[in-house]
Design a protein around this ligand. Structure first.
Ligand code: ATP
Length: 465
C-alpha cells in the first residue's frame, strides 16, 4: 500500500471538511459571514474530543489544577486593567492596487522583520516604510501600500445600555478567557484547598475583530480557547515554566498523536515589557508553520494590574512560611479551531490500494475520532441481519459514538467511514446469526478479524477510550 506523505493543501482540507460534515462556512445560504465557521456533525465530535482530552490532561489527571467556567461578559474595567482597551490592536494597511487589507506585522514577519504588538502607529510605520519596497501583496503581487493604521480587536456590545449614554464604557465580548481566571484567583484560593503552585484551567468562547480573516478556522472572529494559568512563587516561575513547556510538547505528540516533524518551537524575539519568556508551539499547517499554542511566562503583571484597578489585594498568604506575595503566572493558551485544523491536516492520508484505485483516510488517533465504530448489516433487505446490527448499535452507542449504516455495498460504506476517520467497522453477516461473532475491520491496516459480540465492548474500550 503506497502512502502519499506530503501535507495536504488547504483546499483539500476545506473541501473534505465541508463534504463530510466537519466544518461549514457560517450563514452559508446568506453568502457566508466573514471569518466565522460552523462545526457540523463530525466537527462537533472532533471539537468535543479535543476539549475532553485537554481537560483530562489539564484538570482530571492533575492534583494541582482546577477548572473554571467564567462568563463571556465581564466588568468593562477588566479590559482597561488588562491593557486591551488601549493596546489590543492590529496594524493594518491596504494594498493600493487590489484594496486587500493586510496585517502589517504579518507582512513584515514574512521577510523576517519583527514588530512588537505594543508599538505605536508611528513606530510601526517607520519600520514599514523602511521595508515596504521588498514586500509584495499576497493577493495581487503589487508593492504599493497605504500607511499602517491600528484597529482594536475588542468586540463591543450594548449590554445593559438602556440609555443613549454612549460615553459609558461599553461591555466587551471577552477577547481572551484568561482574564476570567485572573479575576477569580482569590475566589478559588478562598473556596478550595489549592496551594501555590497551582493552576486554573478553562475552555470558552472568545471574540476578536480580526481583520485579516482569510485563513479558514486558523483565524476566526469567534473561537474557543483552552487556557491554563499556573500561579507560582516568584522564585519558581522559570522552573515551572520549563516543566510546562515539556508537558505541552508531549501532549501534542502522545495525547493528540500529532507527528513530531510537524511541530516546532518558536521563541518570541520581542517580549512585552512584563514577560520573562514566551514561546509558541507551531504546527505545519497547509500554509506553513504557524502558532498553534502560546506558552508564556508573564511575571506578576496580571495580578498587579487587577489589584491596582479593583482595589482588592490579590496577594497570596503562604500559611506555612508566613510569606505574602503576588504570585507569578505561567500560561498555556491554545484554540480549539486551530487544534482541529492541525488534526485534520495531520490525519489526512491518501493511499494507493493494491487492487488499484486510491482511498482517502483520516488517521485520527482513535481516542479523538468523531465516530468510534460503525455498525453494518451485510445486506439491507435481510431483517435478521438488520435486527442484530441494530441491537449491537444500541448496546455500543451507550458507551461510544457509533453510526449505523445499511446503505450501498460494504466497500462503499468502508470508504465513507475512512473519510471521517472511524477506526472500526463492524459487519453483521450470515455467520453472525449462527455463531454470534462479527467482522471487525481496522481503518488503518484494513485487516478484518472475527470478534464475539459479547466481547465488542472490551475490544473497543481498550482501543478508543
Ligand atoms: P496570532 O499571533 O496568530 O494572532 P495570538 O498570539 O494573538 O495569535 P493569543 O492571544 O496568544 O494568540 O491566543 C492564544 C491562542 O488562541 C493562539 O495560540 C491560538 O491557538 C488561539 N487563537 C488566537 N486568535 C485566534 C483566532 N482569531 N482564531 C482562532 N484561534 C485563535
Amino acid at each position: 500500500m503506497a502512502v502519499k506523505k506530503t501535507q495536504p493543501n488547504i483546499d483539500t482540507i476545506v473541501s473534505l471538511a465541508k463534504r463530510r460534515g466537519f466544518i461549514f462556512p457560517s450563514s452559508e445560504i446568506y453568502g457566508g459571514y466573514g471569518a466565522i465557521y460552523d462545526y457540523g456533525p463530525y466537527g462537533v465530535e472532533l471539537e468535543n474530543a479535543v476539549k475532553r482530552e485537554w481537560w483530562k490532561e489539564m484538570v482530571q489527571e492533575r492534583q494541582d489544577i482546577v477548572g473554571l467556567d467564567s462568563s463571556i461578559f465581564m466588568h468593562p474595567q477588566i479590559w482597561k486593567a488588562s491593557g486591551h482597551v488601549d493596546g489590543f490592536a492590529d496594524p493594518l494597511a491596504e494594498c493600493k492596487k487590489c484594496n486587500t487589507r493586510l496585517r502589517v506585522d504579518h507582512l513584515l514577519e514574512d521577510i523576517d522583520v519583527f514588530a512588537d504588538e505594543k508599538m505605536t502607529e508611528d513606530e510601526i510605520n517607520k519600520i514599514f516604510n523602511e521595508h515596504k519596497a521588498k514586500i509584495k501583496c499576497p493577493s495581487c503581487g503589487a508593492s504599493d501600500f497605504s500607511d499602517a493604521k491600528k484597529f482594536s480587536l475588542l468586540v463591543k456590545s450594548n449590554l445593559g445600555n438602556f440609555t443613549d449614554n454612549w460615553s459609558k464604557e461599553p461591555a466587551y465580548l471577552r477577547g481572551e478567557t484568561c482574564q476570567g481566571i485572573y479575576v477569580n484567583f482569590k475566589n478559588v484560593v478562598d473556596s478550595t484547598r489549592v496551594k501555590i503552585p497551582f493552576g486554573i484551567a478553562q475552555i470558552g468562547k472568545t471574540f476578536r475583530n480580526e481583520i485579516a480573516g482569510r485563513q479558514y478556522v486558523f483565524r476566526t472572529r469567534e473561537f474557543e480557547q483552552m487556557e491554563m494559568q499556573y500561579f507560582t512563587h516568584p522564585d519558581k516561575e522559570m522552573e515551572e515554566y520549563e516543566k510546562l513547556r515539556k508537558t505541552r510538547w508531549d501532549y501534542y505528540i502522545k495525547r493528540l498523536g500529532l507527528k513530531e516533524e510537524n511541530l516546532k518551537w518558536h521563541q518570541h524575539e520581542n517580549l512585552v515589557f512584563y514577560a520573562k519568556d514566551a514561546y509558541d508551539i507551531e504546527y505545519n499547517f497547509p500554509f506553513g508553520f504557524k502558532e498553534l499554542e502560546g506558552v508564556h511566562a508573564r511575571g506578576n503583571y496580571d495580578l498587579t494590574q487587577h489589584t491596582k484597578f479593583s482595589g482588592v489585594d490579590l496577594s497570596y498568604n503562604d500559611q506555612k512560611t508566613g510569606e505574602k506575595y503576588l504570585p507569578h503566572i505561567i500560561e498555556s493558551s491554545v484554540g480549539v479551531g486551530r487544534t482541529v485544523l492541525a488534526l485534520l491536516t495531520d490525519a489526512y492520508t491518501e493511499e494507493e490500494l493494491e487492487g488499484g484505485g486510491t482511498r482517502v483516510v483520516m488517521k485520527f488517533k482513535p481516542t479523538l475520532a468523531p465516530i468510534k465504530a460503525a455498525v453494518f448489516p451485510l445486506l439491507k433487505n435481510k431483517p435478521d441481519l438488520v435486527a442484530k446490527a441494530k441491537d449491537i448499535f444500541t448496546e455500543l452507542s451507550k458507551h461510544f459514538m457509533c453510526e449505523f449504516d445499511d446503505n450501498g455495498n460494504v466497500g462503499k460504506r468502508y470508504r465513507r467511514q475512512d473519510e471521517i476517520g472511524t477506526p472500526y467497522c463492524i459487519t453483521v453477516d450470515f455467520d453472525s446469526l449462527e455463531d454470534d461473532t462479527v467482522t471487525v475491520r481496522d481503518r488503518d491496516t484494513m485487516k478484518q478479524e472475527r470478534v464475539k459480540v459479547g466481547e465488542l465492548f472490551d475490544f473497543l474500550s481498550k482501543r478508543v477510550l
